[in-house]
Design a protein. Sequence first.
Length: 179
Amino acid sequence: MTKPHKDPLLAVARFVLIFFIGVLSLAVTALIVLVPVLLFKQADLLAALVADGKNATTSLIPAGCFVLVGAAGLIALAIYFLVLLRRIVNSVGEGDPFIPENAQRLARMGWIALWGQLASLPVAVAITWIASIAADAGDNVRANLGFSGGGIILVLILFILARVFRHGTHLREELEGTV
């Protein structure tokens, strides 16, 4: 294990990660709070949409709740991802990143990224449906969520890095055993 040293890049990374974890936590809280508000104000919302000439049905409210809860879930996944990344950054700052826990964290981050890609698909469908009701006639509405090339590459990179860390940990253990 190497002696930890003060690295400005790690300090910035820690600050940025803590900041985003806090902001995303507020976003999850706001989305969850909006669910009962939407349920309580559903009559007013539907009346406003109908008055605006929209084809609003009562199924719009459960779909809206699904979007709010789905978005909160996706953001919660992102928070967990960032928490795991912060733990990896902390282990780098402590001077010992090649530990079994980091390999597990990277693999978990890969699964989180994959599940985020999959979970965003039904949320995107619901957003598109809701937006098509609220849009003006002739507007082309499409939610840009779901599988992305960058997301798939991220998943692959994380799983490969997990293997690299597992192998690095194993090599270090072998080296320590021979000395």
